[in-house]
Design a protein around this ligand. Structure first.
Ligand code: ATP
Length: 275
């Protein structure tokens, strides 16, 4: 690495194609790409343009435009406006019908879900979808996807983030509390060391104290190189956790900006905070 121009780099594990080596500076961040053998500089993590998607004859997304910087962002909106559909389209579970999705400069809209995961976008679906009869550790390993060393690193990171999962690692997922199941689902999403984690409904069915605990764990993820796009019904929690936010209404983004600005916006307060 010595002599190469650019920010100082880290020794890269062989399986890691690119790694984030620079802290965000303003809106610029960079990765060292071992494929291109070059530092790649981006202003935006995710750029979505005119994205359309739906189910059969039902069109749900009608031209979503969204630009996300690295960090934590939230997507808020009323029931049925297409938040889950947008996350499913980003992770390749649902095909895009039109429009573009650029992630760290790469186009994702035509890729399969496994190809998108390989590029660093992981999805924690609504309802957690754990394998009930498998242990916590086996559930986590299902998310590892790569090498044994990657799995080992992923487990260490998961147990560091959620020590309670380490205590319960041999327990069947079915016997976990709701909060622990959500921890397990998030930790499974992190096993592939994604650059972007999509989380659908963090707080669903959880007591406020547990939601606070989960939110505290998520806050540190961007410094570990993982940004988060969070879909959340609890708008106050979402705007408190996120640096930026997007409001989705009937399949289009109608409002976006710093989360602190959205939290004081009269339209958001009236429609989503009941103030
Ligand atoms: P919520 O906050 O209630 O979870 P949402 O904003 O996440 O809602 P989606 O789950 O994306 O909304 O659903 C958007 C629309 O798409 C809804 O009208 C829903 O009924 C419809 N929809 C979702 N999944 C399917 C499906 N598999 N087949 C047909 N229509 C679907």
């Amino acid at each position: 690495m010595r002599g190469r121009r650019g920010p100082p780099t880290l020794a890269l594990p062989t399986r890691v194609r690119e790694t984030r080596v620079g802290a965000k500076r303003g809106k610029v961040f960079w990765f060292f790409s071992s494929e291109k053998n070059f530092f790649v500089v981006f202003r935006l993590l995710l750029e979505i343009s005119s994205l359309e998607a739906g189910y059969g004859s039902v069109q749900v997304l009608w031209g979503v435009d969204l630009q996300m910087s690295p960090g934590i962002a939230c997507l808020i909106g009323a029931n049925g406006v297409g938040k889950t559909t947008l996350l499913r389209t980003l992770s390749g579970l649902l095909p895009a019908r039109a429009g573009t999705i650029r992630f760290c400069g790469e186009s994702l809209e035509a890729l399969r879900a496994d190809e998108i995961l390989a590029r660093g976008v992981a999805h924690v679906p609504e309802g957690r979808r754990l394998f009930a009869s498998l242990s916590v550790e086996d559930n986590l390993l299902m998310g590892a996807y790569q090498t044994r060393s990657g799995a080992k690193r992923g487990l260490a990171r998961a147990y560091d983030l959620f020590p309670r999962l380490k205590e319960r690692r041999r327990q069947d997922a079915a016997t976990l509390s709701g909060g622990e199941q959500q921890m397990c689902a998030i930790a499974r999403g992190l096993m592939s060391e994604p650059r972007l984690l999509l989380i659908d409904e963090l707080s669903l069915g959880l007591a406020p104290r547990l939601v606070d605990e989960l939110a505290a764990s998520l806050r540190g993820l961007p410094t570990l190189g993982t940004s988060v796009l969070l879909v959340e019904q609890d708008v106050a929690t979402a705007l408190d956790l996120a640096a930026e936010g997007f409001v989705l209404d009937r399949g289009v983004v109608t409002l976006s900006g710093p989360a602190s600005a959205l939290a004081t916006d009269a339209r958001v307060r009236e429609a989503y905070l009941g103030i």
